[in-house]
Design a protein around this ligand. Structure first.
Ligand code: IPD
Ligand code: CA
Ligand code: CA
Length: 293
């Protein structure tokens, strides 16, 4: 893991328990926690034993649970013991954290569980920090990518990076040349019909569409300019929080299918350069469901 070389990011005055936040310092704690989570994932990769099916929410394994527990403990002990919203300990009432002003950790301890279970190396830990209505810090770390793993991170207003290399969303891409990513959720029939309709429209116009199986990593690859754009319906805050900041800090936009600004509780996401996101929004207009935000 890297020690980012940034001057201290002091945000303005906040009401509530925290008046100022040194985000560089918080980032160090976040990296330490993610590092520990990665060790947990490494120890289970290729050796998963307990695979359970969650109600309408895919798979969960002992690796997901232990990674979340380890990261949560580390954050608690770091002195940055903020509100915590993690996929494996989530309770519906905690959604209200994301309408408040206090800092909230948002964690997906293993994004890409199905890949992980099958030994497909695209998976990541996604850790974001929400504060005062926006995501202010994010890490997406994919331990099996690149030579020694890939750690993507961003601080609001300071840029997005892969290790120490600055990331940029690819600009001025027309849909016909675009290399896109998406994801599907098969558990809800009506939403799946919409996803397939959208896919049917987009795949005919774009250069190619990929389905890698880890939303946070898809967003990181948009920030890096590998994918030109990405869309998905039904993401949860832990899937999109950190990755959304990577994209915006890399000069892209993250909006809903209907072009409203990103919020972790919204049910649709499109990411990419503004021009490309608008082309996709225009294309899918005829097929999006009334309840798509
Ligand atoms: C899933 C992955 C997948 C996306 C699903 C997510 P999980 O997360 O990000 O790519 O299509 O919507 O739920 O369950 O592996 O953490
Ligand atoms: Ca996820
Ligand atoms: Ca997960």
């Amino acid at each position: 893991m890297i020690a980012p070389n940034l001057s201290h990011a002091i945000l303005g005055q906040a009401k509530g328990s925290i008046r100022q936040m040194d985000l560089e310092n918080v980032l160090q704690s976040a990296f330490e926690a993610v590092n520990k989570g990665e060790s947990v994932l490494e120890s289970y990769f290729g050796r998963v034993k307990q695979i359970e099916r969650k109600h309408l929410a895919g798979l969960v394994t002992e690796a997901d649970k232990e990674s979340e527990f380890t990261i949560a403990q580390s954050l608690k002990q770091s002195g940055h013991d903020f509100l915590f919203l993690g996929e494996e300990s989530f309770q519906e009432s905690q959604s209200s954290y994301l309408q408040g002003r206090d800092p909230v950790w948002i964690l997906d301890p293993l994004d890409g569980t199905t890949n992980f279970v099958h030994g497909f190396p695209i998976f990541a830990i996604s850790l974001g920090l929400y504060w005062q209505g926006q995501i202010v810090l994010g890490i997406v770390s994919a331990p099996k990518m690149g030579e020694h793993g890939e750690s993507y991170w961003a601080i609001r207003g300071k840029g997005a990076f892969l290790d120490n290399q600055r990331l940029r969303v690819r600009q001025n891409v027309i849909l016909g040349d675009a290399f896109l990513a998406t994801g599907f959720i098969a558990d809800f029939e009506e939403q799946l019909v919409e996803q397939v309709d959208i896919f049917n429209h987009v795949v005919r116009k774009a250069r190619a569409v990929r389905r890698a199986g880890a939303a946070a990593y898809d967003l990181a690859l948009v920030a890096r300019g590998v994918f030109d754009g990405y869309w998905e319906r039904g993401l949860k805050p832990w899937d999109s929080a950190a990755g959304s900041l990577l994209v915006t800090e890399a000069g892209g936009v993250v909006q809903s299918y209907r072009a409203s600004p990103y919020h972790p509780l919204k049910n649709t996401v499109i990411a990419g350069s503004l021009g490309l996101v608008q082309q996709i929004q225009e294309l899918i207009k005829p097929v999006i469901r009334a309840d798509s935000e």
